[in-house]
Ligand binder design. Structure first.
Ligand code: MF3
Ligand code: CO
Length: 251
């Protein structure tokens, strides 16, 4: 396992890749409404990425057939966009998107409500997002990687939600998936020591019910085993000498 440390020049490219992806996500979030298809989201997302002179990094990744992963309700991640899958008022939809700018990758996910959604769904989305922020309190040079994992897990446990174990966050840079793997659940080992210049995609995937998931016959779509709702939140994060820098989110 080798974790890359990005140079100042590489970090500049990753900042731009991150900023452009943030713009794409903001546009996609405003686009979500009842009546559109998940394929409409993919088409629009790909257009937004290409308009910025970038390449959608998910398209054809290990054979994935689209640019944006669109996962509705009990779909956890890697939902495949389809023209017949129409968003309905009350659904929740996780959009996972990524792009390549001058050879550098960014990766981020957001979960949106479609129209008016239940209190339970609102809370799941808010808690999933907050778990990311609890995690990155430990995304600092000198800390160990699994302190992030434990912080996410501890926060989620208070709500009785399930933390998905079969999928994890990851390093990111000239490849979409680099070392290290970043679990969202507690680990026995403390993990690598974080250093300035590491770039990490931290991405809690949280189920309203149990943590167990299964794969649909399309070999991509991950769903909750118990049919409960699931939310996803992700940013590409730079480890610095101080506060972590969120490359895909301006606060
Ligand atoms: N953000 C996702 C991840 O880190 C990327 C989706 S993989 C794809 O795993 F194949 F669907 F593109
Ligand atoms: Co990712």
């Amino acid at each position: 396992m080798s974790v890359t440390i990005k140079s100042a020049r590489e970090i500049e490219y990753m900042r731009i890749a991150g900023k452009l992806l943030e713009e794409v996500h903001n546009e996609l979030g405003a686009f979500v409404k009842p009546g559109i298809s998940t394929l409409d989201i993919d088409r629009y997302g790909e257009k937004l990425i290409r308009e910025r002179g970038c390449i959608p990094n998910f398209l054809n990744y290990n054979g994935y057939p689209a640019s944006i992963c669109v996962s509705v309700n009990d779909e956890v991640v890697h939902g495949i966009p389809h023209k017949e899958r129409i968003l309905m008022e009350g659904d929740i939809v996780s959009l996972d998107a990524g792009l390549i700018y001058k050879g550098y990758h960014s990766d981020a996910a957001r979960t949106h409500g479609v129209g008016k959604i239940s209190k339970e769904a609102e809370q799941l989305i808010a808690v999933t997002r907050q778990s990311f922020f609890e995690g990155i309190k430990y995304a600092r040079a000198g800390r160990h990687l699994h302190e992030i994992s434990a912080a996410i897990n501890d926060y989620i446990d208070q709500f009785g939600y399930g933390v998905v174990q079969d999928l994890v966050g990851h390093g990111i840079g000239t490849k979409l998936h680099e070392d290290p793997q970043i679990p969202n659940f507690r680990q026995k080992r403390r993990g690598i020591r974080l250093m300035p210049g590491m770039t990490l995609a931290i991405e809690p995937m949280i189920n309203a019910g149990g943590w167990e998931v299964c794969w649909l016959d399309d070999d991509w779509t991950v769903v909750t085993e118990d049919g409960s709702l699931s939310a996803h939140y992700e940013n590409t994060v730079l480890i610095t000498g101080g506060e972590p820098e969120l490359l895909t989110l301006s606060l």
